[in-house]
Design a protein around this ligand. Structure first.
Ligand code: NAP
Length: 283
């Protein structure tokens, strides 16, 4: 195994893309830290690392990336990372009319502000080394606003794409490369959590969006049953760190490639009609 230039940290490491990436980094010889939000979730990561035979290279780190002050304080006691993977994220499901300001801010705190805070913490060591990688786990939802009831998720990922492009220009001079990964639908916990949120919102009898929440649960269930496991995304994340000349963006999944190709070509009025039909938002 080639020697690695330094350790890696992945946020949101107890499930989905984060867990798969941590295991793959460790299997390829990278000392790997993974942030989780509780001791119980640290044990989930530890057990998975043990089962994969890489326990000695995996270091669970109990740290909630949405607590930005805690991230800054804790970073002083962490190693000098070669790469950070900003992966932690969730979808604050709900119609724009029904999402509170606090819920919207919580979405942006995790999906948009936290990647900036984590990257800022990691950059001094990367500048000192004259090399480093920052991987942003965005989504096809950061390119095309195609999911009704997911406006704040889209907004967070569109924001992350813009932030990443600007950051890439700012830090290239220090030998630091910023890479955006844009997956389509993959089977992880995110969809399960979004469906729970849809169930809660559908239960509010006064909501004018109840049928759309119901349809969203059905559609998400169907998509989830066909979605591939997260390994392909983990492979892309690891190669974004290992490749000597990574691309600025990686679309992952056939659906992501298809949406990225079709979205700029279709008139928005047609896209709206089709998506309103699919989401049962016809009135
Ligand atoms: N799965 C997909 O189809 C898909 C597609 C495109 C992009 N993505 C993106 O991929 C990334 C990883 O998601 P995933 O699909 O692997 O989902 P996942 O299995 O739910 O994993 C998400 C990770 O983020 C953490 N997280 C969630 N909410 C958080 C919060 N409020 N504060 C701090 N950490 C939080 C979770 O911790 P807890 O377990 O403690 O909640 C978990 O470790 C996200 O940025 C997501 O937007 C996913």
């Amino acid at each position: 195994m080639t020697s690695r230039p330094g350790p890696v940290v992945v946020t949101g490491a107890n499930s989905g893309f984060g867990l798969a990436s941590v295991l793959r980094f460790a299997q390829r010889g990278w000392p790997t830290w993974g942030t989780v939000r509780s001791r119980a979730k640290a044990n989930v990561l530890r057990d998975a690392a043990r089962a994969a035979g890489v326990a000695e290279l995996v270091h669970p780190l109990v740290l909630d990336v949405s607590d930005h002050d805690a991230v800054v304080a804790r970073w002083k006691r962490l190693p000098d990372f070669y790469a950070v993977v900003n992966n932690a994220g969730f979808s604050a499901l709900g119609a724009v009319e029904e999402v509170t300001a606090a819920e919207a801010k919580a979405q942006l705190d995790v999906n948009l502000v936290a990647p900036a805070v984590v990257s800022a913490c990691a950059l001094p060591a990367m500048r000192a080394r004259g090399a480093g990688r920052i991987v942003m786990v965005s989504s096809i939802a950061g390119r095309a606003a195609v999911l009704p009831l997911n406006a704040w998720y889209h907004a967070s990922k569109f924001g992350l794409e813009a932030l990443s492009d600007v950051l890439r220009m700012e830090v290239a001079q220090f030998g630091v490369k910023v890479v955006v990964v844009e997956p389509g639908f993959f089977k992880t916990e995110i969809e399960h959590k979004a469906r729970e949120a849809a169930t809660e919102r559908e239960a509010v009898e006064a909501s004018p969006y109840r049928s759309a929440y119901h349809r969203m649960q059905q559609t998400a269930g169907l998509i989830s049953s066909m979605a591939p496991p997260p390994d392909q995304v983990a492979r892309t994340i690891v190669s974004a760190v290992e490749s000597p000349r990574p691309r600025t963006r990686y679309l992952v999944g056939i659906d992501a490639l298809a949406i990225a190709a079709a979205n700029p070509l279709l008139p928005r009025a047609i896209t709206d009609q089709v998506l309103r039909l699919v989401a049962d938002l016809r009135g």
